[in-house]
Design a protein around this ligand. Structure first.
Ligand SMILES: Cc1cc2nc3c(=O)[nH]c(=O)nc-3n(C[C@H](O)[C@H](O)[C@H](O)COP(=O)(O)O)c2cc1C
Length: 442
């Protein structure tokens, strides 16, 4: 590609991103555990030349009022799903969300290194700290870990994982039948990490993986989230509702990366984009109206309750303004601020906010023709707001099919998006350098 390349992730959510997608007659029943559907959509995204598929996660079911009315409590574990998808795709990147809060670094390092080998260098780790407070109960705790502690643990967790990924030189395993030497001892690195949260000796029992290190993705946008991303993330997934908010976030994160001694280009920023596209603007608006008509207010208010930081809003009047809420400690601070501003600036009632958030959850939301959608994406891409987008299809498979059929060719016509894969690994798709081995530790 001649110009700066635009990157696309396909964010695969069971049924699709609209909270009522599972009620649509065009969405397969039990989509969250339908491997055939995932295979189909991953292959669609690969034919459309997306950089990666992206899978979010929680290690608990959704709880609270309305949880029984949404489709998020029966889903595949992401690394298992992506390992299966690795076998039915060739080129597309595979990004799994895995929490640093309820996990051990050795397990996580090993699983992502395995996925990188299985897929020939297509693995990415979306490091999160858990925004679902119910996870605590599944890991021996009564209370969720607080925001600051989650991030302190996450920073050290990441250092350990990256250290373990450097357990072996790229050419450590010589497999020399004649001499009988299986690996070169000087190509082995013993991490011997000891810190406030972890004591991990290493080495990892997986050879250095095709990408050297899987790609590090990060999705928190609070102060602590940004500083973690600036130091370590190579791809950032973010929720931005407007061009000006996205521009401010983009400039801030690139500045912080530079201040941390990194190049601005070493960190790619992909806002989510919730897109309903039709052959015409009217057709897209009809699709949007059909989905909105399926919304159950109890489910929609439940979604806002969780997205706004795990506060139960079910007892509040639907047609009154959103109540004042304290700063969340268990949830996403950045999303709490985003949704609170949306409600305040638009003078929305709780019902109106819930209806608005039911599709794109506060992300850039577009409803229109291919030209409308491409115009908006191009403006964000060219005006300092994005290096690409994590596409959030409203329904699966239809919402992704529509984008692949209508918007991708329009982006290609404009010279913004690739017309073939030039690389084989996720790093190559994203234009990210392959990290050098850090050498043996004495
Ligand atoms: C766009 C976006 C997507 C996120 N996806 C997940 C997710 O899939 N699972 C999860 O546990 N946390 C997720 N998070 C939460 C964060 O990663 C983070 O670990 C934490 O909950 C705090 O976010 P904050 O830094 O914005 O406060 C996401 C956050 C953002 C902004």
């Amino acid at each position: 590609m001649a110009g700066r390349p635009l990157h696309l992730g396909a964010f695969l959510m069971e049924s699709g991103h609209h909270v009522a997608a599972w009620r649509s007659p065009h969405v397969p029943a039990r989509a969250g555990l339908d491997f055939g559907l995932y295979r189909q959509v991953a292959q669609t995204a690969e034919r459309a030349l997306f950089d990666a598929v992206f899978v979010a996660d929680s290690v608990a079911v959704e709880e609270g009022p309305g949880a029984e009315r949404i489709s998020r409590s029966a889903r595949f574990e992401p690394l298992t799903l992506l390992s299966a998808l690795a076998a039915v795709t060739d080129r597309i990147g595979l990004i799994a969300t895995v929490t640093a809060t309820y996990n051990e670094p050795y397990h996580v390092a090993r699983k992502f290194a395995s996925l990188d080998h299985l897929s020939g260098g297509r693995a990415g780790w979306n490091l999160v700290t858990s925004d679902n407070a119910s996870e605590a109960g599944n890991f021996g705790r009564d209370q969720h870990v607080g925001h600051a502690d989650r991030y302190a643990r996450a920073q050290e967790f990441l250092e350990v994982v990256q250290g373990l990924w450097d357990s072996w030189a790229d050419d450590a395993f010589v497999n020399d039948r004649d001499s009988g030497l299986y690996y070169r001892p000087e190509g082995r690195r013993v991490l011997a990490h000891e810190g406030p949260h972890f004591k991990v000796r290493g080495p990892l029992n997986v050879a250095r993986s095709p990408q050297g290190q899987p790609v590090i993705v990060q999705a928190g946008a609070s102060e602590a989230g940004r500083s973690l991303a600036a130091r370590s993330a190579e791809l950032v997934f973010t929720a931005q509702p407007t061009l000006s908010a996205a521009q401010a976030f983009y400039a801030d994160l690139k500045d912080r990366a530079e201040a941390a001694g990194r190049s601005r280009d070493a960190i790619k920023i992909l806002p989510g984009a919730y897109v309903i596209v039709g052959e015409s603007r009217a057709e897209a608006e009809d699709k949007q109206a059909a989905l909105q008509a399926l919304i159950d207010p109890v489910a929609a208010v439940g979604l806002v309750s969780r997205m706004i930081g795990n506060f139960d809003l079910s007892g509040y009047a639907l047609d009154e303004p959103l109540p004042e809420l304290p700063l969340t400690d268990s949830g996403q601070r950045s999303r709490q601020q985003l949704l609170t501003s949306l409600a305040r600036d638009g003078q929305l009632t709780l019902r109106q906010l819930a209806m608005k958030v039911a599709g794109g959850r506060g992300h850039l939301s577009l409803v229109g023709s291919a030209t409308d959608v491409a115009d908006a994406l191009q403006a964000w891409f060219e005006q300092g707001a994005a290096d690409g987008f994590n596409l959030m299809p409203p329904t699966l498979p239809g919402g992704l099919d529509d984008f692949a059929r209508l918007v991708v060719p329009e982006l290609q016509r404009r010279g913004l998006f690739r017309t073939r894969y030039e690389g084989r690994t996720l790093r190559e798709h994203l234009g990210l350098a392959r990290p050098a081995w850090r050498g043996a530790v004495a």
